[in-house]
Design a protein around this ligand. Structure first.
Ligand code: PLP
Length: 377
């Protein structure tokens, strides 16, 4: 079979048309010697806050810093518990641990793959301080019931919006509903830097000030340290790159939505395949297009042999990671997350993915499904 390979993500295709514009922006940073924090970061913060419709944005080093600083700024620390999901990237739980608190997991909803609000209250204890919903794959968690539970129990809500730059929930942007939200601009995210970057958004001025202090060694004034902070600044170069790329984010998200709609159409009714479902409350930005299928590992291998790159997000839920063996969870504790980890298969997804490429992916995928189902594989 002669066919060009279909990558999982094609950053070069995304960057080539804007390369000159980004390079010019980077040259401005070099001319200004504004490398660590500084005016280019401030400019991006303003633009990103506006994009989200949040009052404040604080640029930081990466999306793990932004989770961590959000918790520290809210006063989460030793002895506290933070509720989150096991079906997420490890960083969500790591940030809780590094704040000195304990991650407590709640399973995900089988439709949205985000935290199941009906299971949150059972996990609340006198030590619970915050809830950290994860907007997995670009779809918002069901924030209204989460905020209602938080209000009732006097808890903070920190949105892990690493995969949700532009996601909407009942007409609002993800990252503006909780007390604070954390964004990652890791290169592969929908809005990605040319290196590492992240940001916190909030509508709370006091919180903004605290996060800004933590990212800057706990100082408000240079060399006067109010608290023990960290070096968590955003690079000027990354801010310049992000400011350019932000202009194209909505268009890129729409292109992803177009790709997802075509996948949905072409894969509809395929036996043994569960398609992603978009909740009626908002729009996903399809950071990841994940289907569920039996014999997932075999399918990935066969697709790879046919030049179709795929991924698994994520193969091991956090409660079963070796690193968290000390928390004492076992297989069977979170059946939806576990079943998803065993069956999730992420198909190629990026804005420049052509309709023709999608047709090829679907054709090959269906062919591989037949092989696997027939046992001929
Ligand atoms: C990417 C990601 C993070 C971490 O962001 P980094 O910028 O890589 O530190 C946190 N949570 C989720 C859900 C992510 O996808």
């Amino acid at each position: 079979m002669s066919q060009s390979k279909i990558p999982f993500l094609d950053l070069k295709a995304h960057h080539d048309p804007i390369r000159q514009e980004v390079m010019a922006a980077m040259n401005e940073v070099i001319d200004a010697n504004a490398f660590a924090g500084g005016p280019f970061v401030a400019r991006f913060e303003e633009a990103y806050a506006k994009f989200c419709d949040a009052k404040f944005c604080i640029g930081v080093g990466n999306g793990t810093d932004s989770l961590w600083f959000s918790l520290l700024a809210l006063g989460v620390g030793p002895g506290d518990e933070v509720i989150t999901v096991p079906m997420t990237f490890m960083a969500t739980a790591e940030a809780i641990t590094y704040a000195g608190a304990k991650p407590v997991f709640v399973d995900i909803d089988p439709q949205t793959y985000t935290i199941d609000p009906t299971q949150i209250e059972a996990a609340i204890t006198p030590r619970t301080k915050a809830i950290m919903p994860v907007h997995l794959f670009g779809q918002c968690a069901d924030m209204d019931p989460i905020m209602a539970i938080a209000k009732k129990h006097n808890l903070f809500v920190v949105e892990d919006a690493a995969q949700a730059q532009g996601t909407t929930y009942r007409g609002r942007k993800a990252g503006t509903i909780g007390h604070a939200a954390s964004f990652s601009f890791y290169p592969g995210k929908n809005l990605g830097a040319w290196g590492e970057a992240g940001a916190v958004t909030t509508n709370d001025a006091a919180l903004r000030e605290k996060v800004a202090m933590f990212r800057e060694h706990g100082q408000k004034k240079k060399y006067y340290h109010d608290v023990v902070g960290w070096n968590g600044r955003m690079d000027g170069l990354q801010a310049a790159v992000l400011s350019v790329k932000l202009k194209y984010l909505e268009q890129a998200n729409n292109q992803r939505r177009r790709a997802a709609a075509l996948y949905n159409q072409l894969l509809a009714g395929t036996p043994g395949v569960t398609l992603p479902s978009e909740a009626a409350y908002g729009q996903s930005i399809y950071h990841i297009y994940a289907v569920r299928a039996a014999h997932r590992d075999r399918l990935i291998q066969l697709l790879g042999e046919r030049g179709v790159a795929t991924g698994i997000h994520y193969p091991v839920p956090v409660h079963l990671q070796q690193a968290y063996a000390n928390l004492g969870y076992r297989r069977g504790n979170f059946p939806v997350s576990e079943a998803c980890a065993d069956s999730f298969l992420s198909l190629p997804m990026f804005p420049e993915l052509t309709n023709q490429q999608i047709e090829i992916v679907v054709r090959e995928f269906k062919d591989c499904l037949r092989l696997v189902a027939g046992g001929a594989a």
